[in-house]
Design a protein. Structure first.
Length: 203
């Protein structure tokens, strides 16, 4: 039962659909949609009790800039929680390097965002967050996502939204690549949460 939720999206079509749904449901007093960037948040410092991000961090330019902004806009004792992707190990050969490059290019994921769970945990701590937890949950997410994406019912719905080529060519390449890099331990999904510390009083 939050008092108010502010949402931000860099994709204009997403933003406009969100605004329309807010208006249709009469929720203008509870929800506000913003068009902008997660790495340059249009909010004052110490403004929010919680920041959530679901699978967006890998695409931000860069994820660390987002973490810095999240820390800034959170109140002391505010929480950051997110789902994201990590690279458990570096590629070992040319083929692995090429597939990682392809996957990152298709996903619009900057190279600087390729981090292991341990490296991401350190990034959060370096930004000042405490009580940092980063957990690998790839086994519960990626195989299920892949198999769901191959169901005829899913493909039929996606075709209506994305069109034939995006559904049966572009998305298939991306999904097959995603499953391959996961099985090779080159990518996984994670969940993380951490807290902005309460400022210590000066003595």
């Amino acid at each position: 039962n939050p008092k108010h939720i502010d949402m931000i999206d860099a994709t204009l079509t997403h933003h406009l659909i969100c605004k329309k749904r807010i208006q249709e449901n009469g929720l203008e007093d509870r929800l506000t949609a913003h068009y902008g960037s997660a790495v340059d948040l249009p909010f004052k410092s110490n403004s929010f009790t919680h920041v959530f991000c679901i699978e967006g961090g890998a695409h931000f330019n860069t994820r660390q800039n987002f973490l810095r902004e999240a820390y800034r806009v959170l109140e002391p004792n505010g929480w950051l929680s997110f789902a994201d992707y990590a690279t458990p190990r570096p590629p070992k050969n040319f083929i692995e390097c090429a597939v990682i490059w392809l996957c990152a290019t298709l996903w619009n994921a900057p190279e600087e965002n390729r981090r292991s769970c341990e490296e991401l945990k350190k990034q959060l701590e370096d930004e000042g967050f405490v009580d940092v937890v980063v957990k690998d949950v790839g086994e519960f997410c990626i195989p299920g996502y892949y198999y769901e994406s191959t169901r005829p019912e899913t493909l039929a719905e996606l075709k209506e939204i994305r069109g034939w080529f995006a559904t049966y060519v572009a998305s298939r390449i991306l999904d097959e690549t995603t499953l391959w890099v996961y099985k090779k331990s080159l990518m996984t999904e994670l969940i993380a949460h951490c807290r902005k510390p309460i400022a210590k009083s000066l003595e």
